[in-house]
Design a protein around this ligand. Sequence first.
Ligand code: HCA
Ligand code: CU
Length: 388
Amino acid sequence: MKDPNYYANIYNAYDKNPKKIRVLDSTLREGEQHPGVSFTNKQRIQIAWMLDYFGVDQIEISPVVSGDHKEATKTIIKQGLKADIVSHGRALKEDIDVSLSCDAKWCAAYLGISDIHLKDKLRISREEAMNRAVETVEYAKSHGLKIRFTVEDGSRAEPEFLLKMCKAIEDVGVDRISLPDTVGILRPIGMYNFVKKVREVVDVPLDAHVHNDIGFAVANAFAACDAGVDQIHTTIDGIGERTGIPPLAEVAVALTYLYKSPNDFRLDMLLDLSKLIEEYTIIKPYDSKPIVGSSAYKHKAGTHLAAILRNPAAYEPIPPRAVGNRRRIVFGELAGKTGAAYLMSLLGLEKNDENAKAVAAGLKGLRMGDLIEIPLEDRLEKKIINDK
Ligand code: HCA
Ligand code: CU
Protein backbone atom coordinates (compact mmCIF):
# COMPACT_ATOMS: atom_id res chain seq x y z
CA MET A 1 0.00 0.00 0.00
CA LYS A 2 1.18 3.53 -0.75
CA ASP A 3 1.98 5.94 2.06
CA PRO A 4 -1.52 6.87 3.32
CA ASN A 5 -0.65 10.55 2.90
CA TYR A 6 0.51 10.05 -0.70
CA TYR A 7 -2.30 11.89 -2.48
CA ALA A 8 -2.58 14.58 0.17
CA ASN A 9 1.11 15.17 -0.35
CA ILE A 10 0.46 15.76 -4.04
CA TYR A 11 -2.13 18.42 -3.18
CA ASN A 12 0.41 19.97 -0.86
CA ALA A 13 2.65 20.47 -3.90
CA TYR A 14 6.03 20.36 -2.25
CA ASP A 15 8.80 22.37 -3.67
CA LYS A 16 11.42 20.09 -5.24
CA ASN A 17 14.09 22.05 -3.43
CA PRO A 18 12.29 23.34 -0.37
CA LYS A 19 13.98 26.31 1.22
CA LYS A 20 14.74 26.23 4.89
CA ILE A 21 12.33 28.25 7.02
CA ARG A 22 13.96 29.17 10.30
CA VAL A 23 12.30 29.45 13.68
CA LEU A 24 12.81 32.18 16.25
CA ASP A 25 11.28 31.21 19.56
CA SER A 26 10.11 34.07 21.74
CA THR A 27 8.76 32.17 24.76
CA LEU A 28 11.15 34.16 26.95
CA ARG A 29 10.02 37.53 25.53
CA GLU A 30 6.56 37.41 23.91
CA GLY A 31 5.67 34.37 26.07
CA GLU A 32 6.32 36.30 29.25
CA GLN A 33 3.86 38.92 28.01
CA HIS A 34 1.07 36.39 28.48
CA PRO A 35 -1.09 37.27 31.47
CA GLY A 36 0.03 35.33 34.51
CA VAL A 37 3.38 34.22 33.09
CA SER A 38 6.64 35.10 34.74
CA PHE A 39 9.61 32.77 34.81
CA THR A 40 12.43 32.60 37.33
CA ASN A 41 15.94 32.93 36.00
CA LYS A 42 16.56 29.23 36.51
CA GLN A 43 13.47 28.48 34.45
CA ARG A 44 14.52 30.95 31.73
CA ILE A 45 17.88 29.25 31.44
CA GLN A 46 16.35 25.80 31.29
CA ILE A 47 13.82 26.88 28.65
CA ALA A 48 16.65 28.34 26.55
CA TRP A 49 18.64 25.12 26.80
CA MET A 50 15.69 22.99 25.83
CA LEU A 51 14.79 25.22 22.90
CA ASP A 52 18.38 25.10 21.72
CA TYR A 53 18.50 21.32 22.00
CA PHE A 54 15.18 21.14 20.16
CA GLY A 55 16.80 22.99 17.27
CA VAL A 56 15.36 26.50 16.96
CA ASP A 57 17.57 29.00 15.14
CA GLN A 58 17.09 32.03 17.35
CA ILE A 59 15.92 32.55 20.93
CA GLU A 60 14.54 35.95 21.90
CA ILE A 61 14.64 37.49 25.34
CA SER A 62 14.24 41.03 26.60
CA PRO A 63 16.93 42.23 29.03
CA VAL A 64 15.35 45.67 29.39
CA VAL A 65 12.36 44.40 31.36
CA SER A 66 14.11 44.05 34.73
CA GLY A 67 17.43 43.40 36.42
CA ASP A 68 16.51 39.73 36.57
CA HIS A 69 15.85 39.57 32.84
CA LYS A 70 19.19 41.24 32.23
CA GLU A 71 20.95 38.64 34.39
CA ALA A 72 19.15 35.82 32.57
CA THR A 73 20.08 37.29 29.18
CA LYS A 74 23.74 37.62 30.16
CA THR A 75 23.89 34.07 31.51
CA ILE A 76 22.16 32.52 28.50
CA ILE A 77 24.46 34.41 26.11
CA LYS A 78 27.51 33.30 28.06
CA GLN A 79 26.54 29.67 27.75
CA GLY A 80 27.31 29.61 24.04
CA LEU A 81 24.23 27.80 22.75
CA LYS A 82 23.96 26.97 19.06
CA ALA A 83 20.97 29.26 18.58
CA ASP A 84 21.51 33.02 18.30
CA ILE A 85 20.30 34.82 21.39
CA VAL A 86 18.38 37.89 20.27
CA SER A 87 18.22 40.67 22.81
CA HIS A 88 14.91 42.52 22.29
CA GLY A 89 14.17 46.13 23.18
CA ARG A 90 12.73 49.43 21.97
CA ALA A 91 14.29 51.41 19.15
CA LEU A 92 16.29 53.52 21.56
CA LYS A 93 20.02 53.85 22.09
CA GLU A 94 19.56 53.16 25.78
CA ASP A 95 18.02 49.75 25.01
CA ILE A 96 20.79 48.92 22.55
CA ASP A 97 23.23 49.80 25.35
CA VAL A 98 21.52 47.23 27.58
CA SER A 99 21.98 44.59 24.85
CA LEU A 100 25.64 45.58 24.55
CA SER A 101 26.11 45.31 28.29
CA CYS A 102 24.80 41.72 28.07
CA ASP A 103 27.44 40.91 25.44
CA ALA A 104 24.76 40.24 22.87
CA LYS A 105 25.72 39.59 19.27
CA TRP A 106 22.16 39.95 18.02
CA CYS A 107 19.64 42.56 19.08
CA ALA A 108 16.12 43.43 18.00
CA ALA A 109 14.57 46.88 18.12
CA TYR A 110 10.87 47.62 17.62
CA LEU A 111 9.10 50.81 16.75
CA GLY A 112 5.38 51.32 16.06
CA ILE A 113 4.95 52.75 12.57
CA SER A 114 1.16 52.78 12.08
CA ASP A 115 -0.55 56.13 12.44
CA ILE A 116 -2.29 55.07 15.65
CA HIS A 117 0.99 53.97 17.24
CA LEU A 118 2.79 57.11 16.12
CA LYS A 119 0.04 59.43 17.27
CA ASP A 120 -1.44 57.78 20.37
CA LYS A 121 1.42 55.69 21.72
CA LEU A 122 4.70 57.31 20.72
CA ARG A 123 3.42 60.82 20.00
CA ILE A 124 5.98 61.37 17.26
CA SER A 125 5.72 62.24 13.57
CA ARG A 126 6.56 59.87 10.73
CA GLU A 127 9.70 61.85 10.13
CA GLU A 128 10.80 61.47 13.75
CA ALA A 129 10.04 57.74 13.56
CA MET A 130 12.13 57.44 10.43
CA ASN A 131 15.07 59.20 12.08
CA ARG A 132 14.76 57.12 15.20
CA ALA A 133 14.75 53.87 13.20
CA VAL A 134 17.75 54.83 11.08
CA GLU A 135 19.72 56.12 14.07
CA THR A 136 18.99 52.97 16.09
CA VAL A 137 20.21 50.71 13.29
CA GLU A 138 23.29 52.87 12.70
CA TYR A 139 24.06 52.86 16.42
CA ALA A 140 23.77 49.07 16.70
CA LYS A 141 25.85 48.49 13.59
CA SER A 142 28.56 50.92 14.70
CA HIS A 143 28.85 48.86 17.91
CA GLY A 144 29.29 45.61 16.01
CA LEU A 145 25.82 44.23 16.70
CA LYS A 146 23.62 42.35 14.29
CA ILE A 147 20.21 43.96 14.36
CA ARG A 148 16.68 42.93 13.45
CA PHE A 149 14.30 45.83 13.18
CA THR A 150 10.57 45.35 13.83
CA VAL A 151 8.17 47.70 12.11
CA GLU A 152 5.59 47.21 14.83
CA ASP A 153 1.92 47.28 13.72
CA GLY A 154 3.32 47.24 10.18
CA SER A 155 0.18 45.56 8.82
CA ARG A 156 -1.81 48.70 9.71
CA ALA A 157 0.79 51.24 8.61
CA GLU A 158 0.47 53.39 5.52
CA PRO A 159 2.15 51.18 2.85
CA GLU A 160 4.26 53.92 1.30
CA PHE A 161 5.68 54.83 4.70
CA LEU A 162 6.25 51.15 5.54
CA LEU A 163 8.26 50.63 2.35
CA LYS A 164 10.20 53.86 2.80
CA MET A 165 11.10 52.80 6.33
CA CYS A 166 12.20 49.32 5.24
CA LYS A 167 14.38 50.73 2.48
CA ALA A 168 15.93 53.33 4.77
CA ILE A 169 16.94 50.78 7.41
CA GLU A 170 18.21 48.38 4.76
CA ASP A 171 20.41 51.20 3.42
CA VAL A 172 22.08 51.57 6.82
CA GLY A 173 22.75 47.84 7.12
CA VAL A 174 19.88 46.25 9.09
CA ASP A 175 20.39 42.46 9.19
CA ARG A 176 16.75 41.33 9.30
CA ILE A 177 13.34 43.03 9.28
CA SER A 178 10.44 41.62 11.30
CA LEU A 179 7.06 42.15 9.65
CA PRO A 180 4.44 41.92 12.37
CA ASP A 181 0.70 41.65 12.24
CA THR A 182 0.67 43.03 15.76
CA VAL A 183 -3.10 42.90 16.33
CA GLY A 184 -3.79 39.79 14.24
CA ILE A 185 -6.07 41.59 11.78
CA LEU A 186 -4.86 40.02 8.53
CA ARG A 187 -6.25 37.01 6.75
CA PRO A 188 -3.72 34.74 4.99
CA ILE A 189 -3.89 36.47 1.61
CA GLY A 190 -3.57 39.81 3.43
CA MET A 191 -0.40 38.63 5.15
CA TYR A 192 0.88 37.40 1.79
CA ASN A 193 0.26 40.78 0.17
CA PHE A 194 1.82 42.67 3.10
CA VAL A 195 5.03 40.62 2.95
CA LYS A 196 5.14 40.61 -0.84
CA LYS A 197 5.07 44.42 -0.97
CA VAL A 198 8.12 44.62 1.29
CA ARG A 199 9.87 41.68 -0.37
CA GLU A 200 9.66 43.55 -3.69
CA VAL A 201 11.63 46.54 -2.43
CA VAL A 202 14.27 45.09 -0.05
CA ASP A 203 16.66 42.13 -0.16
CA VAL A 204 17.26 41.79 3.56
CA PRO A 205 15.94 38.56 5.19
CA LEU A 206 12.45 38.88 6.66
CA ASP A 207 10.74 37.49 9.78
CA ALA A 208 7.01 36.94 10.28
CA HIS A 209 5.61 37.86 13.70
CA VAL A 210 1.88 37.27 13.69
CA HIS A 211 -0.75 37.42 16.40
CA ASN A 212 -3.66 35.08 16.87
CA ASP A 213 -6.49 37.46 17.77
CA ILE A 214 -8.86 35.99 15.20
CA GLY A 215 -7.24 32.54 15.06
CA PHE A 216 -5.21 32.97 11.88
CA ALA A 217 -1.70 33.08 13.35
CA VAL A 218 -0.39 29.74 12.07
CA ALA A 219 -2.01 30.16 8.65
CA ASN A 220 -0.67 33.70 8.37
CA ALA A 221 2.85 32.65 9.33
CA PHE A 222 2.88 30.20 6.43
CA ALA A 223 1.28 32.65 4.03
CA ALA A 224 4.20 34.93 4.94
CA CYS A 225 6.64 32.15 4.02
CA ASP A 226 4.97 31.75 0.64
CA ALA A 227 5.56 35.47 0.11
CA GLY A 228 9.24 35.36 1.05
CA VAL A 229 9.95 35.43 4.78
CA ASP A 230 12.47 32.86 5.94
CA GLN A 231 11.87 32.96 9.69
CA ILE A 232 8.73 32.44 11.77
CA HIS A 233 8.32 33.64 15.36
CA THR A 234 6.82 31.11 17.78
CA THR A 235 6.39 30.49 21.48
CA ILE A 236 5.90 27.20 23.27
CA ASP A 237 2.13 26.54 23.26
CA GLY A 238 1.66 29.89 21.51
CA ILE A 239 1.60 31.99 24.68
CA GLY A 240 1.99 35.75 24.25
CA GLU A 241 0.16 39.08 24.57
CA ARG A 242 -3.61 38.45 24.51
CA THR A 243 -4.18 35.34 22.37
CA GLY A 244 -0.51 34.88 21.53
CA ILE A 245 1.40 33.91 18.41
CA PRO A 246 1.98 30.61 16.51
CA PRO A 247 2.85 27.68 18.76
CA LEU A 248 6.23 26.06 18.23
CA ALA A 249 4.68 22.58 17.95
CA GLU A 250 2.36 23.37 15.04
CA VAL A 251 5.01 25.39 13.24
CA ALA A 252 7.79 22.80 13.62
CA VAL A 253 5.55 19.90 12.61
CA ALA A 254 4.12 21.78 9.62
CA LEU A 255 7.60 22.80 8.48
CA THR A 256 8.82 19.22 8.72
CA TYR A 257 5.86 17.31 7.34
CA LEU A 258 3.91 19.76 5.18
CA TYR A 259 6.64 22.03 3.84
CA LYS A 260 9.61 19.63 3.90
CA SER A 261 11.78 22.45 5.20
CA PRO A 262 15.23 21.03 5.99
CA ASN A 263 15.30 21.81 9.74
CA ASP A 264 16.83 19.49 12.24
CA PHE A 265 14.19 19.58 14.96
CA ARG A 266 13.90 17.02 17.72
CA LEU A 267 10.16 16.83 17.29
CA ASP A 268 9.84 14.15 19.95
CA MET A 269 10.60 16.85 22.56
CA LEU A 270 7.44 18.78 21.71
CA LEU A 271 5.27 17.28 24.42
CA ASP A 272 8.02 17.74 27.02
CA LEU A 273 8.41 21.39 26.04
CA SER A 274 4.69 21.90 26.44
CA LYS A 275 4.70 20.13 29.81
CA LEU A 276 7.60 22.27 30.96
CA ILE A 277 5.65 25.44 30.21
CA GLU A 278 2.53 24.00 31.82
CA GLU A 279 4.54 23.33 34.96
CA TYR A 280 6.12 26.79 35.02
CA THR A 281 2.97 28.76 34.17
CA ILE A 282 0.15 26.58 35.48
CA ILE A 283 -1.54 27.17 32.12
CA LYS A 284 -2.79 23.85 30.81
CA PRO A 285 -3.09 23.62 27.03
CA TYR A 286 -6.68 22.87 25.98
CA ASP A 287 -7.42 19.19 25.29
CA SER A 288 -7.87 19.48 21.56
CA LYS A 289 -4.73 21.56 21.03
CA PRO A 290 -2.92 20.24 17.93
CA ILE A 291 0.11 17.98 18.49
CA VAL A 292 0.48 18.37 22.28
CA GLY A 293 -3.14 18.38 23.49
CA SER A 294 -4.27 15.42 25.58
CA SER A 295 -6.93 14.55 22.96
CA ALA A 296 -4.68 14.99 19.94
CA TYR A 297 -4.14 11.23 19.74
CA LYS A 298 -7.28 9.86 21.37
CA HIS A 299 -9.67 7.78 19.31
CA LYS A 300 -13.24 7.25 20.36
CA ALA A 301 -15.95 6.44 17.81
CA GLY A 302 -16.48 2.74 17.14
CA THR A 303 -15.70 3.02 13.43
CA HIS A 304 -12.48 4.85 14.30
CA LEU A 305 -11.47 2.22 16.86
CA ALA A 306 -12.12 -0.55 14.35
CA ALA A 307 -9.70 1.13 11.94
CA ILE A 308 -7.13 2.26 14.51
CA LEU A 309 -6.77 -1.24 15.92
CA ARG A 310 -5.74 -2.43 12.47
CA ASN A 311 -3.77 0.58 11.30
CA PRO A 312 -3.54 3.82 13.32
CA ALA A 313 -2.60 5.79 10.21
CA ALA A 314 -6.26 5.49 9.22
CA TYR A 315 -6.99 8.37 11.61
CA GLU A 316 -3.60 9.91 12.35
CA PRO A 317 -1.72 12.30 10.07
CA ILE A 318 1.60 11.51 11.77
CA PRO A 319 2.43 9.01 14.51
CA PRO A 320 2.19 10.27 18.11
CA ARG A 321 5.67 9.01 18.98
CA ALA A 322 7.16 11.39 16.42
CA VAL A 323 6.05 14.35 18.54
CA GLY A 324 6.45 12.73 21.95
CA ASN A 325 2.70 12.19 22.44
CA ARG A 326 0.86 8.91 23.06
CA ARG A 327 -2.10 7.26 21.45
CA ARG A 328 -5.11 6.34 23.58
CA ILE A 329 -8.38 4.70 22.89
CA VAL A 330 -11.53 5.73 24.68
CA PHE A 331 -14.09 3.11 25.63
CA GLY A 332 -17.69 4.00 26.31
CA GLU A 333 -21.03 4.14 24.63
CA LEU A 334 -19.46 4.87 21.23
CA ALA A 335 -16.96 1.96 21.33
CA GLY A 336 -18.90 -0.42 19.09
CA LYS A 337 -18.35 -4.13 18.56
CA THR A 338 -14.65 -3.99 17.61
CA GLY A 339 -13.83 -1.73 20.52
CA ALA A 340 -15.73 -4.02 22.87
CA ALA A 341 -13.94 -7.08 21.50
CA TYR A 342 -10.61 -5.41 22.10
CA LEU A 343 -11.58 -4.47 25.64
CA MET A 344 -12.57 -8.08 26.26
CA SER A 345 -9.26 -9.38 24.95
CA LEU A 346 -7.44 -7.00 27.30
CA LEU A 347 -9.45 -8.37 30.20
CA GLY A 348 -8.60 -11.94 29.22
CA LEU A 349 -12.17 -12.75 28.22
CA GLU A 350 -12.96 -15.01 25.36
CA LYS A 351 -13.77 -13.01 22.26
CA ASN A 352 -16.65 -13.93 20.09
CA ASP A 353 -18.96 -11.89 17.99
CA GLU A 354 -22.02 -12.35 20.09
CA ASN A 355 -20.36 -11.43 23.37
CA ALA A 356 -18.68 -8.43 21.76
CA LYS A 357 -22.07 -7.21 20.52
CA ALA A 358 -23.53 -7.73 23.99
CA VAL A 359 -20.72 -5.77 25.64
CA ALA A 360 -21.08 -2.95 23.10
CA ALA A 361 -24.82 -2.83 23.79
CA GLY A 362 -24.13 -2.96 27.53
CA LEU A 363 -21.75 0.01 27.26
CA LYS A 364 -24.46 1.98 25.50
CA GLY A 365 -27.06 0.85 28.00
CA LEU A 366 -25.04 2.22 30.90
CA ARG A 367 -25.51 5.72 29.49
CA MET A 368 -22.37 6.90 31.25
CA GLY A 369 -20.52 8.34 28.27
CA ASP A 370 -16.81 7.56 28.27
CA LEU A 371 -15.76 4.95 30.81
CA ILE A 372 -12.05 4.26 30.41
CA GLU A 373 -9.07 5.28 28.35
CA ILE A 374 -6.28 2.90 27.48
CA PRO A 375 -2.93 3.69 25.88
CA LEU A 376 -2.46 1.90 22.59
CA GLU A 377 1.22 1.43 21.95
CA ASP A 378 2.89 0.50 18.71
CA ARG A 379 4.01 -2.83 20.14
CA LEU A 380 0.46 -3.67 21.08
CA GLU A 381 -0.78 -2.60 17.67
CA LYS A 382 1.51 -5.05 15.93
CA LYS A 383 0.30 -7.84 18.18
CA ILE A 384 -3.31 -7.03 17.41
CA ILE A 385 -2.61 -6.99 13.71
CA ASN A 386 -0.79 -10.35 13.95
CA ASP A 387 -3.63 -11.88 15.93
CA LYS A 388 -6.07 -11.10 13.15
C1 HCA B 1 5.81 43.96 21.30
C2 HCA B 1 5.32 44.04 19.88
C3 HCA B 1 5.63 42.82 19.03
C4 HCA B 1 7.02 42.93 18.42
C5 HCA B 1 7.31 41.85 17.42
C6 HCA B 1 8.76 41.74 16.98
C7 HCA B 1 4.53 42.82 17.96
O1 HCA B 1 5.09 43.42 22.15
O2 HCA B 1 6.91 44.41 21.57
O3 HCA B 1 9.66 42.31 17.59
O4 HCA B 1 9.01 41.05 15.96
O5 HCA B 1 3.65 41.97 18.03
O6 HCA B 1 4.56 43.68 17.07
O7 HCA B 1 5.53 41.65 19.80
CU1 CU C 1 4.00 40.31 19.37
